[in-house]
Design a protein around this ligand. Sequence first.
Ligand code: NIG
Ligand code: FE
Length: 406
Amino acid sequence: MIRADFALRHAGQLATMVPAAGDPLGRIRDGALAAREGRVVWIGEDRELESQVTLDGDLLDTQGACVIPGLVDAHTHPVFAGSRADEFAERASGVPYAVQQSEERGIARTVRATREADEPTLLALAQARANRFLANGTTTIEAKTGYGLDLDNEAKLLDVLRKLAGRTPLRVVPTFLGAHVPPPGIDRDLYVRSLIDEMLPAFRPWADFCDAWCEAPAFTAKETRAILTRARSLGYGLRVHAAQLAPGEGPDIAAALEARSADHLEFATPAQIRALAKAGTVAVLCPGANFTTHGPRPPIDAMRQATLPMAIASDLNPGTSNSESLPHAMSLACVQWGMTPVEVLLGATVHAARSLKLDGVAGCLQVGSFADCAILDVETPEAIPYYVGVNRVIATVAGGVTWQPS
Ligand code: NIG
Ligand code: FE
């Protein structure tokens, strides 16, 4: 008998995301799973559970609901203060996002508000966001800094992420995004030097990944290459905000440096997409940001042709996508871009996990994986994006524990 301290029973459909018998979602009907110390120890048909597992712990009867792996959000900016609701409204009446970026407004405005906020305030804001991620079925996030933009303030943001990880069952994968935009009021060459010489070495113990935004109003190709090359030599995994607002070299740099992810990619060319596929990079697509900035459809067909894995992310941030809901991002990717429900489901689980080097442990349910699940009141996993803008998550399990809002 297999010993377990958590079991979940009677999932109408349990999507493992491990392809089986022609089903890309590897679903089990009337499924069950058992976990010990946060990891799955048994998974299969409910009728076999009792003969194979002894349970000493919590039992969750899902009464025919759909169960999928806890969603994985591969691109979020969850540590910030202040609001830019007025900029959202302006864009709705035709002002472009790029035009809103100045020393006073746009990202610089959030940098100012975030620098002014103390650590407990930022932690409380991040914790509320963590609760909203969990409420919407997400159990793992990639979490970027990027609103501090100097040594002390970026350190403050990394500290908030470290404390957040200790206070929430949400898994938090920290990314250093000191190369978000050059901060106002300092010579850009000096800032790039400080990134390369001070911040990148100092923050290596606190961040798994380094990200850079490669295009105006952020960093040039030359600057991005220098920053990410240094990051790679220090052992960071790499991510790149690339070709979001205009064509550029961001995707080429991501491919050349074998970045784990290239994000946004609305303006990537077919040749760049082939190069990313060859480099083993994951495309992290951000439908929420695309939607509120009125961006063009990313080259989804070229990505399919190149078999470039496409992750779907919320891109939670105060400027372009103030949402912790991956199901909503999945709906947008289906409706706006013509992605299929299966593509977006894989995008918010296995492909996202791969971009975070969590393949096989997050975004899937199999023996040895995290016991992270989202339980939803939907008829099939494919119906998740069909429920647009409403939260159909009944319960979220993280590490074999059913999450309760705190
Ligand atoms: O992913 N592209 C850059 N960064 C964010 C927007 C940040 C902001 O506007 O505050 C994004 O869309
Ligand atoms: Fe972003």
